[in-house]
Ligand binder design. Structure first.
Ligand code: IPE
Ligand code: MG
Length: 233
């Protein structure tokens, strides 16, 4: 969800206005994802690196997050959407964490779609936490290092129990993953658009999905194998 700052600058507005416009795009995008029938939508809202932004901008983003969570609870319930959080929730300010935990608890039974908000999220941090837990289990004698499998690593991540992403959309034109779902993105299709996040519309979302649908996913096999429908994993 990149490009809020540039969107504002192009209009001669302060960055905060870009973030406000970006929050409205979040509401629209969640609705569109639900209409599309997606199982999981993950929004990379705030990274571990974003803490290094100017304090005032961090405060603004935390304030917007709190407002968003407060205003969305009913809408999430109506749309049968479950909210989950990826990242270190404990790093968030207490008031934000409180409302976040409330929305997570209240929507826990929803089954229509999972909405992951990546907050204070960094893939390296997530992997380090996973490794620490696996190492602790080895030290405790519950298992040995050679027992560790792909599945066990996946189960230690914040996305445990969820499918890997099929499509990653990055707005704002930069060609990098910026510490996002590095493990889970192994075979994700990546779509980069120059559109700034506040301008990311329903049409732009459908274009990204359409582009994804044109691609042949080979998962390391040959094109012939993939097109004859052999198991792909
Ligand atoms: C993304 O927009 C929003 C967050 C990181 C929360 P940016 O703020 O990174 O926008 P640009 O990259 O400056 O345009
Ligand atoms: Mg940016």
């Amino acid at each position: 969800m990149d490009g809020n700052g540039r969107w504002a600058r192009e209009r001669g507005l302060p960055r905060v206005m870009g973030h406000k416009a970006g929050a409205r795009t979040v509401q629209k995008t969640v609705r569109v994802a639900r209409e599309m029938g997606l199982a999981v939508l993950t929004l990379y809202a705030f990274s571990t690196e974003n803490w290094h932004r100017p304090l005032q901008e961090v405060d603004t983003l935390m304030g917007l997050l709190k407002t968003y969570l407060q205003s969305e609870l009913d809408k999430l319930l109506q749309q049968d959407i479950r909210l989950c959080c990826l990242g270190e929730m404990s790093k968030l300010p207490g008031d934000v964490r409180e409302v976040l935990e409330k929305v997570i608890t209240r929507t826990a039974g929803a089954r229509g779609m999972t909405l992951n908000l990546a907050l204070s999220y960094g893939s390296r941090n997530e992997l380090v936490r996973a490794m620490q837990r696996l190492a602790s289990r080895c030290v405790a004698g519950e298992m040995v290092p050679l027992d560790i499998t792909d599945e066990m690593v996946s189960q230690q991540l914040d996305t445990a129990g969820q499918p890997d992403p099929d499509l990653i959309i990055r707005t704002g034109g930069e060609c990098r993953l910026s510490n996002f779902l590095l493990w889970q993105a192994s075979y994700a299709e990546i779509y980069i658009t120059e559109t700034m996040w506040p301008d990311f519309s329903k049409k732009a979302f459908y274009e990204a999905v359409h582009n994804f649908q044109q691609r042949q996913r080979r998962f390391g096999r040959t094109g012939e194998q993939a097109s004859t429908g052999l198991p792909t994993t």
